[in-house]
Design a protein around this ligand. Structure first.
Ligand SMILES: C[S@@+](CC[C@H](N)C(=O)[O-])C[C@H]1O[C@@H](n2cnc3c(N)ncnc32)[C@H](O)[C@@H]1O
Length: 402
């Protein structure tokens, strides 16, 4: 008997949009598929107005574990503000802020702990999606910052008038569309998305990928037959825009990722592309278009290299666990007079945020412009960021990063 009810688990309208594009022009690059599935203006995963993050969504991010995460980032940003000479306006640019709780938590901490810093704070959210922007407006309505929050569609709008402050993102860059490649005989071939009898299927191009830099040719030559890897070109555009947006201050990027030689290591056979649907990893990235999240780890070496070309110095690169610990996150659970339930909840949040097998392995990259960012508290005792990022890259390939 035919099913007379429409599917509640499939985004059929988006699948039709993708199928129509393939029918008109042939297989599309994976990055184009990812752009449509995550960011189609009406039907994309991040655009259809549904809550994606949190206990009832598809996955959890650090700001959802409680305000302690924002408080610790606030501590680090207040130190940056001091190093900048305590400017009267410190613009806190956050992109990909979801419901805005991280910016709100930083502002809340500043109002309680550092009122002079709160008085300088000027939140600026980069958010093109109107529904998400409304949500952010509601979250930030009660924030007491010296300057009222503002919104922009893209970071590029700041190029004309760069700001003093910070460009902050948490799990933004790993959500950018990536190109996907498969290795055959030491050479990379691009993986495209095509159609077959009404289904989306992967199509591996029959000619080697053209225009990939020497770093990827080096990586492909060491990878096994059939191995996959991703290239996040949007990440490079993003950090270049961040550099142009900032007159003085820091870019703080918190994300899953590795230095180049670890991300493209010969033992990694399946790249890092992951699909999440209701807290479960899904093997097929083409399943549930518009209904499941897709992410790929960030190549922090390429990211920092592009930053250097636009005047951002890599100033610190540590795990989230090290960063939060250095900034005293454990103090949050030893506050005198705290109710037992509150202490227990904080302890759970701190353990999750620092879990070496979970959120604790997220990386924090700090890039700076126009200030002495050496020895900032969150990065204390860490080796020089640029050395860590170039580790394992042979001399001749390092030329591409400098
Ligand atoms: C994985 S979520 C992270 C949300 C939040 N930062 C958190 O930690 O919970 C990624 C977010 O980045 C947004 N995003 C992706 N590309 C963007 C861009 N170019 N500008 C602004 N936001 C973007 C997505 O819409 C999504 O809300």
């Amino acid at each position: 008997m035919p099913d007379e009810f429409a599917s509640v688990t499939r985004n059929d309208a988006l699948a039709d949009v993708i199928a129509a594009e393939i029918a008109a022009g042939g297989p599309i690059p994976f990055a184009r598929f990812m752009e449509l599935t995550l960011y189609h203006p009406a039907l994309g995963y991040y655009r259809s107005g549904r809550r994606r993050i949190g206990a009832r969504g598809d996955y959890l991010t650090s700001p959802h574990l409680g305000p302690v995460f924002g408080a610790i980032i606030g501590r680090q940003l207040a130190e940056v503000w001091e190093r900048l000479g305590r400017p009267g306006r410190f613009v806190l640019v956050e992109a990909g802020a979801d419901d805005g709780r991280l910016s709100a938590d930083i502002a809340g901490w500043a109002a309680r702990a550092r009122p002079e810093f709160a008085a300088a704070l000027a939140p600026l959210l980069v958010e093109p999606d109107p529904a998400t922007r409304d949500l952010q407006r509601r979250t930030l309505a009660t924030a007491t910052t010296g300057h009222p929050p503002l919104w922009l569609d893209t970071l590029d709008e700041l190029t004309a008038e760069p700001v003093t402050g910070a460009v902050l993102s948490n799990e933004l860059v790993d959500a950018f569309p990536v190109r996907l490649f498969e290795v055959r005989g030491g050479t990379a071939y691009e993986v495209l998305v095509g159609g077959d009898a009404g289904r989306l299927v992967e199509v591996v191009a029959d000619v080697p990928a053209a225009g990939l830099g020497a770093r990827y040719r080096w990586a492909a030559a060491r990878l096994a037959d059939g191995a996959r890897f991703e290239v996040n070109e949007a990440a490079s555009r993003w950090v270049a825009a961040a550099g142009r947006a900032l007159a003085r201050g820091v870019v703080m990027t918190i994300d899953y990722g590795y230095p180049f030689a670890r991300l493209y290591a010969p033992w990694r056979t399946q790249g890092t592309l992951m699909a999440f649907y209701r807290h479960t990893a899904v093997a097929d990235p083409l399943a549930h278009p518009g209904e499941q999240d897709l992410t790929a780890h960030v190549d922090f070496t390429s990211f920092a290299a592009v930053g250097r070309r636009v005047g951002l110095e890599p100033a610190g690169y540590v795990s989230q666990r090290e960063f939060l610990t250095n900034l005293g996150i454990h103090e949050a659970v030893v506050v005198a007079g705290l109710a037992f339930e509150e202490t227990a909840a904080r302890r759970r949040a701190v353990l999750s945020l620092c879990d070496p097998a979970g959120l604790g392995r997220v990386r924090v990259l700090l890039q700076s412009r126009g200030l002495d960012a050496g020895g900032l508290r969150g990065f204390a005792g860490a080796p020089r960021a640029w050395d860590v990022l170039l580790d394992g890259v042979p001399e001749e390939i390092q030329q591409e990063f400098v």
